[in-house]
Design a protein around this ligand. Sequence first.
Ligand SMILES: NC(=O)c1ccc[n+]([C@@H]2O[C@H](COP(=O)([O-])OP(=O)(O)OC[C@H]3O[C@@H](n4cnc5c(N)ncnc54)[C@H](OP(=O)(O)O)[C@@H]3O)[C@@H](O)[C@H]2O)c1
Length: 311
Amino acid sequence: MTVPSAMRALVFDPPGLRMTKVAVPEPDPSEALVAIRYSSLNWVEVARTELVHQPGDVIGRDSAGTVVRAAADGSGPAVGDRVVGFRAPGAWAEYQAIGTEDLAVVPDSVELAAAAALPGAAVSALQAVRRLSAHLAESLTGLRVLVTGASGGVGRAATQLAALAGAEVIAAVGTPERGAGLSTLGAAEVVTDLARVGPVDGVLDIVGGQTLTTAYGLLKRGGLALSIGSAGGATTSFDFEAARLRGGRRAVEAFAVSSPFGPDLEHLLGLLVAGRFDPQIGWLGSWRQVDEARTALLDRKVLGKAVLEID
Ligand SMILES: NC(=O)c1ccc[n+]([C@@H]2O[C@H](COP(=O)([O-])OP(=O)(O)OC[C@H]3O[C@@H](n4cnc5c(N)ncnc54)[C@H](OP(=O)(O)O)[C@@H]3O)[C@@H](O)[C@H]2O)c1
């Protein structure tokens, strides 16, 4: 397959982004070169661009497209396979080189736009739900799990995956409108005020700050609060002395998603095919409208994921 030497890409040009021509990446032996059809936005690359990208970087991590050059080491998908992958930076471009361990082949029945919504948000949610299960009882069946920031990309995935794991999910959102659809996704309760929430076994926190402090206070004995994100932007503080005096070994832990992404993407694609998981695309448009997508995400207008078509 003929691959050009230059491509269009969205690069970080502080404080914004610029569409420009850059060289098509040269894959390492363990990487496949993918012609990208769709990419999606993750909060960190939009709200904290300067922390995760250098000026001149091609922005983005999540992408789905077609393999145009297979990995030289013989691993992974073949030329022509439809794939989804995760690799930072470089997803908001016409081509991306992605390690084969972080790629999964997309079944024919799954749209590439839906696949592109999965990597950063749903894989993180999946790994966090697994971590919570491992800490609590190996199974979440019948346990109460609070998901904060449940309206967003990670939150909508976490709500679905915790409910699929058998948990009674309490989905916390900023306003009733932001909670639209969460009951259908499996939430037993949708709340806008943590003061109305009873004791919980586990917390998947996406907001941080006072939200995490309050959520930690809701834990039953032996419970775990996972700090997944801090979309609220505030520092979190705990009175651990008070927690010790209260007893009950309630834990809080910083969660970080980790590679390889391929097997988890494959698992999620299987759920999509089975109709058990919805990618929750709340915004879909051309990558030429990326500023509109970024603003919508930052203004908390997107219910779930924003996906860019690389057209
Ligand atoms: N630990 C990891 O490995 C990992 C992996 C992926 C993502 N993350 C983190 O998870 C967090 C959420 O990511 P996401 O992709 O789900 O983002 P998102 O789609 O923008 O959702 C974030 C949610 O947080 C809530 N929120 C509360 N206060 C907010 C504020 N001041 N500004 C923006 N949102 C606020 C919003 O809910 P309401 O509008 O309903 O209040 C929003 O829906 C980020 O901090 C991200 O870095 C961490």
